[in-house]
Ligand binder design. Sequence first.
Ligand SMILES: C[S@@+](CC[C@H](N)C(=O)[O-])C[C@H]1O[C@@H](n2cnc3c(N)ncnc32)[C@H](O)[C@@H]1O
Length: 274
Amino acid sequence: MSGFSADWLALREPFDAAARAAATEASLALWAKGRGGPLRIVDLGAGTGANLRHLAPCLPVAQAWTLVEHDPALIAAGEARLPATGAVRAAYRRADLVAELEAVLEEPCDLVTCSALLDLVSADWLERLVRIVRARDLALLAVLTYDGRVHLEPAHPLDEEAIALVNRHQRTDKGFGPALGPEAGIALARALHGAGDAPLLALSDWDAGPGDRAFQRALVEGWAEAASAIAPERAPAIDSWRRDRLRAIEAGGARARVGHVDLLRLPRGQGRAP
Ligand SMILES: C[S@@+](CC[C@H](N)C(=O)[O-])C[C@H]1O[C@@H](n2cnc3c(N)ncnc32)[C@H](O)[C@@H]1O
């Protein structure tokens, strides 16, 4: 349904965790502690719950999470791993973020978060999100938004073309209208700045080394598929690039750095929600 398999989400989870910007998390944790009281958190596009698994232990307060997701297979996989007891409660809400964003965020909420979602959304959808967050003065933590920067080693003559095609593919419709793709992080920062906020923006790049073969293979396969889909006339060249890159990965000399950004907005009131 969503095109995101639980296997892929599991493969990327440790790279996401290592990449997430410490500064935004530390600021959020300080805010949560200073504000006191339990935090009601809505995670948009939650997948199998990776954002919950990473963020919950970083926040020094009791938490009630709503994990919003539309894919029943991901919900089933995530439900099996939800915390059962303790200071963190969590439940899935099955909803379509395109049709139901406003309804989803009508529930009591202090922090809206999302991980690896915003590059899929359109400018219109992002505007809807910003409108709600500002109108209700909510905290917002949007992490791991792909920003289009990819650095691969060893260098290959087709790297630049392949990644440019990937970035074109990133802008196609992923269910939300024409996607912002690599522009999403900066578009969110601009929208918030333009409205008078001062969000914190930090890099959260993936860094995969020679030992990370399975992850690097999955990246290259995914990129080759996207590049060939957007430029079928270049499919043979992209396939030879793919085979060369896979050989370099197997030989143990490949690295991949993939650019992402994390953004944090804290409520202007800074206070405790009623
Ligand atoms: C790249 S995955 C990230 C999943 C998870 N946040 C993580 O970090 O592992 C994007 C997620 O957004 C979900 N998604 C995409 N479009 C959606 C929509 N219209 N409504 C609800 N969820 C959606 C997908 O099913 C998928 O779980």
